[in-house]
Design a protein around this ligand. Structure first.
Ligand code: ADP
Length: 198
């Protein structure tokens, strides 16, 4: 009971995920993961992820920004892909972007966490299948598609942590691209849970 009390009142921040699990300190994993505040179209990296819609023909939000920056050749390649279902992903060139590739994924519009997890997993699998080593994710589904940002951040960070643990040689760098200050704040807090230091 004394031990429990000490834990309860020690003032250390919580290190638990949504299911009560805590994650071991792992400096090798931590080196690969970073937060970056800004516009994903500016990143020079192997692949950026697009939060697309199922037709893959462009849209608003990050999708609009990526197509505007990549130029019309991106839309032309997307038009050959036959769309994409929720939770899945398809890869294209990056065209006029500094990123070499775009991985287009379709997030859920109904708050389905399993589908959101599938987006992150499928993007990472596609990345490694194409022998690419670095990727940047936007906050998939949290804009027009309305997924609650904090719940989405738990899923994003947990899925990346689990993928990197299971595939330690596969990826050199994962960047979470935070466009909104509110998302930066959420991710800064949750990094303590999924990629603890100390
Ligand atoms: P969805 O339809 O999947 O919700 P949105 O594009 O509406 O996709 O929003 C997803 C996230 O992308 C939101 O956090 C939004 O603020 C962010 N976002 C919008 N433009 C950009 C950009 N240029 N770079 C990075 N993130 C962006």
């Amino acid at each position: 009971a004394k031990e429990r009390l000490r834990k309860q009142y020690s003032g250390t921040p919580t290190r638990k995920d949504e299911s009560g699990k805590s994650y071991a300190v792992n400096p090798e994993l931590n080196k690969k993961v970073s937060l970056w505040a800004g516009n994903i179209t500016h990143l020079e990296i192997d692949a950026i992820v697009n939060a697309a819609n199922s037709r893959l023909l462009g849209g608003g939000g990050v999708d609009g920004a990526i197509h505007a920056a990549a130029g019309p050749a991106l839309k032309a390649e997307c038009a050959t892909l036959n769309g994409c279902v929720v939770g899945d992903a398809k890869i294209t060139g990056g065209y006029l972007l500094p990123a070499k590739h775009v991985i287009h994924t379709v997030g859920p519009q109904d708050g389905n966490g399993n589908h959101l997890e599938s987006c992150y997993k499928t993007c990472l699998r596609l990345l490694t299948k194409h022998h690419l080593r670095s990727v940047a994710f936007p906050c998939i589904s949290t804009g027009i598609y309305g997924f609650p940002p904090e719940g989405a951040a738990h899923i994003a960070l947990r899925t990346v942590r689990e993928f990197l643990e299971k595939n330690p040689q596969s990826v050199d760098r994962v960047i979470f691209c935070l466009f909104l200050p509110t998302d930066l704040n959420i991710y800064e807090n949750l990094m303590q849970v999924y990629f603890p230091v100390e």
